[in-house]
Design a protein around this ligand. Structure first.
Ligand code: CMC
Length: 458
């Protein structure tokens, strides 16, 4: 690979796997394709054509939905690599801008390319003035993620010159625009909730400093950047920049597979991220810690999390892929200690979180199910110490993840194997039946009482 060339999506057939159907004695041979690291895959693309059966995998627990060369996770080892680089090294030595470059363009930039990339991003940080007035249509009490979904989707109504996905120059422009504008969009959502004026981005500041300035400055005073906070935000963004085929990234890929414009695709990623099982967990963790309130209540909440009749889960615990530890959580915990200490903040929730972690890690339920703290467990404590309200936490995650979404969107568009995403299903509903006139129908006697249908029972 030459520098700055996006890696090619090539995989070799290295073996074959046979699928047998017992009753009919059908037998189908499928190619096995090799991964550069991690599990190989059984290529089942011809399976339906040959067997007239689908494969069944709700939640994609065993299914690779695409070929990718961006991010690798080894859940057993607790390893996360962006383009081959360990997350711990990037969090310690890199910065968010070069991490964006790495994810998008496949390699770390040299000095000149880094500077050129920063200048390019800086040239797109402002929002169209009319887009700023768009905010006024929202309630002041609107959740910032609701505003993010709306405003990012609305970018497609403002930047027509970068919506043609078949034009490489437009794809690049849209991607750079979104990376550049995301802090401005999120900061304005926050300012809007407070009724504060919208400040302009300042291009002499770094990405994270600029985000802080746009969120916290007031027009009546000079704003002094605290380098400790800027570093913590930068590290937060690096840790959230990508995580291979998670729910929001897969949503972006699925939306993009129909040829939807890039702004609409990223907006759909934001909607998926918002859920508490995904990026919304950072907000949910702090709400949970507030609800627990005191160490003496921890046992009660751990019991609730283990009780299957209760919908409550320990937020910030568990992960589909990590079954040993989440390397991002370890960096985040150290970062939380660092920031509390250097800001002199005494947040009792930190102690509560540490105690909860210890109790859960010793509990047979959590041990047996390999449930460990994930990236969201400590991140809220950092964001809260910085002065952000809880409802801004997932918006911060969205800022960091935008580059990951865009890298996958671009990778998908140029993948020769790319097809519109269209899962199949195992149909278990009614078989064909004939229409009957309304006065001849028996059946439901529940009139307008539809609530049973919406209950949690199946
Ligand atoms: N508390 C209590 N029980 C749990 C938890 C939890 N946090 N997470 C999983 N379990 C149990 C679950 O009930 C199930 O038990 P059983 O096998 O008896 O039915 C078992 O562990 C496996 O759970 P699952 O839901 O099948 O696992 P999954 O891989 O589908 O879900 C998860 C992963 C992250 C959605 C889940 O662990 C969870 O809901 N965690 C809490 C929310 C959270 O912290 N999300 C942030 C994820 S990391 C940030 C990101 O990248 O989005």
């Amino acid at each position: 690979m030459t520098k700055n060339d996006t890696p090619k999506l090539e995989s070799k057939v290295v073996d074959a796997a046979t699928i047998d159907r017992k009753k009919t004695k059908g037998q189908w041979e499928m190619d096995v394709r090799a991964a550069s690291v991690g599990p190989d895959v059984v290529d089942i693309r011809k399976f339906y054509g040959q067997s007239k059966m689908f494969t069944y995998d709700p939640g994609f627990t065993s299914t690779a939905s695409c070929t990718s060369a961006i991010t690798y996770i080894d859940g057993g080892k607790g390893e996360l690599l962006y383009r081959g680089y360990p997350i711990e090294q990037l969090a310690e030595k890199s910065d968010y801008m070069e991490t964006c470059y790495l994810l998008l363009y496949g390699d770390l930039p040299n000095k000149e390319s880094k500077q050129a990339f920063i200048s390019e991003i800086n040239s797109h940080t402002m929002l169209h003035e009319q887009l700023s007035t768009f905010y006024r249509g929202f309630m002041r009490s609107a959740h910032p993620m609701a505003i993010m979904v709306g405003v990012v989707g609305a970018l497609s109504a403002f930047y027509h010159d970068s919506t043609d996905i078949n034009d490489p120059a437009q794809r690049q422009l849209a991607a750079h625009r979104m990376i550049a504008k995301m802090p401005t969009i999120a900061a304005y959502a926050y300012r809007y909730s407070l009724g504060l004026p919208f400040p302009q981005p300042q291009n002499d500041l770094s990405y994270s400093e600029n985000l802080m300035q746009m969120m916290f400055s007031v027009p009546t005073e000079d704003y002094e950047i605290n380098p400790v906070i800027a570093k913590a935000i930068d590290r937060f963004l690096i840790l959230h920049a990508d995580h291979e085929q998670n729910a929001s990234t897969s949503t972006v890929r699925l939306a993009g597979s129909s040829g939807a414009n890039p702004f609409a695709c990223i907006s759909s990623g934001i909607t998926s991220l918002w859920g508490p099982a995904h990026g919304g967990a950072n907000e949910a963790v702090l709400k949970m810690l507030d609800e627990i309130g005191d160490k003496k209540n921890i046992g009660k909440y751990v019991d609730k999390a283990k009780d299957k009749s209760d919908n409550f889960r320990l937020m910030g615990f568990g992960h589909r892929v990590y079954k040993n530890f989440d390397p991002r959580a370890q960096v985040m915990r150290d970062s939380a200690h660092e920031i509390l200490e250097s800001l002199g903040v005494n947040d009792p929730r930190m102690e509560l979180a540490m105690e909860l972690e210890q109790i859960a890690l010793k509990d047979p339920y959590f041990i047996e199910k390999n449930l460990y703290p994930n990236v969201d467990f400590y991140s809220g404590i950092i964001l809260s110490a910085i002065g952000l309200p809880t409802n801004m936490f997932t918006a911060m995650f969205a800022i960091g993840r935008t580059v990951g979404w865009l890298s996958h969107w671009k990778e998908m568009l140029v993948d020769p194997d790319q097809k519109i995403g269209r899962p199949r299903q195992l149909y278990v509903g009614e078989t064909r039946r004939d229409y009957t006139a309304v006065n001849k129908r028996g059946g439901r006697k529940d009139g307008a009482s539809w609530s049973r249908f919406w209950s949690n029972k199946r």
